[in-house]
Structures are given as C-alpha cells and as structure tokens.
Design a protein around this ligand. Structure first.
Ligand code: PLP
Length: 365
C-alpha cells in the first residue's frame, strides 16, 4: 500500500483496492480513447453499454449466477430494497418471515411491515445480537411468501455460515448481503433474491445490486413506484432511467480485480486469514480486548471488540489514527470498536492493527 494512504477500517463506504483506484484514475479524463470520462457518457451509448454488460458478466462468473436469475444495478441503497422486496413479492395481506440477527434485519422487517404482514420468527435482540439461531428449532410459517435474513450484520459482526432451508410454500429465501457480498463463494441457486449495497466490498456508494430469480419478477403490487418495480428494471437491463454510471463502472473494475485474484475461493481464503489473525489476537489478550459474538458465527468482514478498560477507547482510536489506521470506532448504537476488514483491506493492514493492539495492551495492562 502507498505511503500516503491510510488503512481505512470503515464499515462503508469502505476501502477500495488501490489497483482499482489507480486504473480508474488512469482512465478518468479519457476512457479508452472515447474522448471523455465515463461520467460524461450517454448511458445508452455503446461504450457505457459495454461497461455495464461486462460488469454483469464478470459478476455472473464470480458468483456462478445462472440464466434463471436477473442481475440488476439499481439505486437507493439496500434500504430501498427493504421496501421493494415486499412490494414486488406479496400483496398487503400476505405473510412473510424475518430472522432478525442485528440492526439491519430489524430495519428490514420494520419497513416490510408497511407493505405486508411481516413476522419476526427469531430475534437476537435480547442477547444483544451476538448469535445466529439454530435452524433445527426454528419455527417457520408455512404460509409465508418468503424467509428473509441479513447474511452479515455489519454493526454487530454476526454472519450466517450456512443458510436455513425456507419452509414456506414457494421455498423462497432472501438475503441482504450488503456487507459480505463477493467475500466468499455463495450458492446463488438457494436464494430467491440476493441484494447488496456496493459500498462495502465491491464499489462506491450509489449502486445497489439485486440478483433475482426471474420467475419472481412481474408480480409487483399496483402501488409499487416504477423505480422499485423489478420488472421495469429487468426489461430495461437496468437502464430504465439514468443509472449510477460511474459507480457501475467502478464495480466492474472491482469484479475484474476479484476474477484476476483467482475468484471467490481465493478471496475467501484471504479473508479467513485476516479475520483469524484479528480474532486470535483478541481472544488471546487475556480479556484486555473482547469480542462479544459467539465464536462460530463471527463475521469475516466486521470485527467488533471492546476494551476491558473502556475509558481507554478514545485513546485507542486517537493513537491508531496517528499510525494511519482510521475509522475504528464502533457504530454509535453499540459503542466499543469495530474493524471492518472487507476484501480490499490488505493483510498488511490487519497485521499492522494487531501489532498496534499488542503494543497498546503492553502500555496499558
Ligand atoms: N444492510 C446492511 C447489512 C448494511 O450494512 C447496510 C448499510 O450499512 C444497509 C443494509 C443499508 O444500506 P444503504 O445505506 O446502502 O441503504
């Protein structure tokens, strides 16, 4: 990593691969002799169409997405999908199931409750969102239209390591993968919809990716705004209105980079190595640092931890920043610290953080 760049542990918008930023910089003024930047191109011209088509095809290769699924590049963040999903998949009298393993799942179900009968079938709230339920004892509603999970809770650092089998009549599982999208291989065929805001693992904010089984498209409630109707976006290949062109271009560069690294099997190995290093440091600190999350479901992407001496937190953050490690403060709703170590965080960044944490402990133990 270049000397002038910090190690950015932010949860999103988050660090991007340096090689991708440099490539974008080299193409900024004049994209491949088009005589203009990607920001200035018509979204219907052949150059931009080639960009979005390549981005889609590279994403399909990365995740092994079959032709049974549409890939949409939308706007409005994952938050907009919290409403779009029930609007597209149910009537207002339909029931749906939500597992709430953190704040994002909680927000998703509350939004869905405006458009259908959304039930929380399991919540980790009373245990401060440190767990994923056991699937054995989970009671699902057989009449539900879908089962929704948040695959990785960004604030609490809890991640599904495998997925519940939906027991609803249409067998539809839906996952918010905003914060672990493309961090490991996923069997897309298990899902009706996978959606993710780009700004953690695959690009800048402003792009939301929706991967949806084609047979679920075309059943939107009559009141669905045109911008939330999957059929409109699928029929128009994400070009119904002006898309977030530059963001889609950046996502395309990230997908290309992930493929060049060897694909998601390789990417996952790197992520496991980084996460192990950090969790082992925390667990081996004799209680100086603590991660509250149950070990088997700890996130590879977002590592929350607290200091036994919580009065040292501000100093920890200040001292880390002096050493070019930033954005380590936990989410305002939970406090403590959080290190987000997405795909683009180099191993060197985690190594530096671990060395800093050891030193900080030695100084204050
Ligand atoms: N879901 C998860 C898991 C998130 O981490 C976030 C944002 O951090 C959101 C949803 C909301 O995404 P957006 O801000 O793109 O609407």
């Amino acid at each position: 990593q270049s000397q002038d760049r910090v190690f950015n542990f932010a949860a999103g918008p988050a660090t991007l691969p340096e090689s991708v930023l440099k490539k974008a910089e080299s193409e900024l003024y004049n994209w491949r002799n088009a005589g203009m930047s990607v920001m200035e191109m018509s979204h219907r011209g052949k150059d931009f169409v080639s960009i979005i088509e390549k981005a889609e095809s590279d994403l399909r290769s990365l995740l092994g997405i079959s032709d049974d699924y549409a890939v949409l590049f939308l706007q409005g963040g994952a938050t907009t999908q919290f409403a779009a999903i029930p609007l597209n998949l149910c009537s207002d009298s339909d029931e749906v199931d939500y597992i709430v393993s953190g704040s994002w799942g909680d927000k998703a179900v509350k939004e869905a409750q405006k458009y259908c009968k959304a039930n929380v079938i399991w919540s980790g709230k009373s245990e401060k969102y440190t767990k994923i339920p056991s699937f054995d004892g989970l009671v699902q509603n057989p009449n539900a239209k879908y089962l929704h999970i948040c695959a990785n809770e960004t604030i609490h650092g809890v991640e599904f390591k495998n997925y519940p089998t939906p027991e609803n009549k249409d067998g539809i599982l839906i996952a918010d993968m905003s914060s672990n999208f493309c961090s490991k291989p996923v069997d897309v065929s298990k899902f009706g919809i996978i959606y993710a805001g780009a700004q953690k693992n695959v690009g800048p904010s402003g792009v939301t990716i929706v991967i949806i089984r084609k047979d679920l498209i075309g059943k939107a409630q009559g009141i669905t705004p045109v911008m939330l109707d999957y059929q409109i976006h699928a029929e128009n290949k994400s070009l119904y209105n002006t898309p977030p062109c530059y963001g889609i271009y950046m996502c395309g560069l990230v997908f290309e980079d992930l493929l060049n690294q060897g694909g998601l099997v390789v990417v996952e190995k790197k992520n496991v190595k980084k996460a192990k290093l950090l969790y082992n440091m925390i667990d081996g600190s004799g209680g100086f640092y603590k991660c509250p999350v149950e070990k088997s479901v700890r996130s590879l992407m977002n590592v929350p931890f607290t200091l036994e001496k919580s009065e040292l937190e501000a100093e920890f953050i200040k001292e880390a920043a002096k050493e070019m490690m930033v954005q380590l403060k936990g989410h305002r709703s939970v406090g403590g610290m959080r290190a987000s170590i997405y795909n683009a965080m180099p191993l060197a960044g985690v190594e530096k953080l671990v060395a800093f944490m050891k030193e900080f402990q030695a100084k204050h133990a």
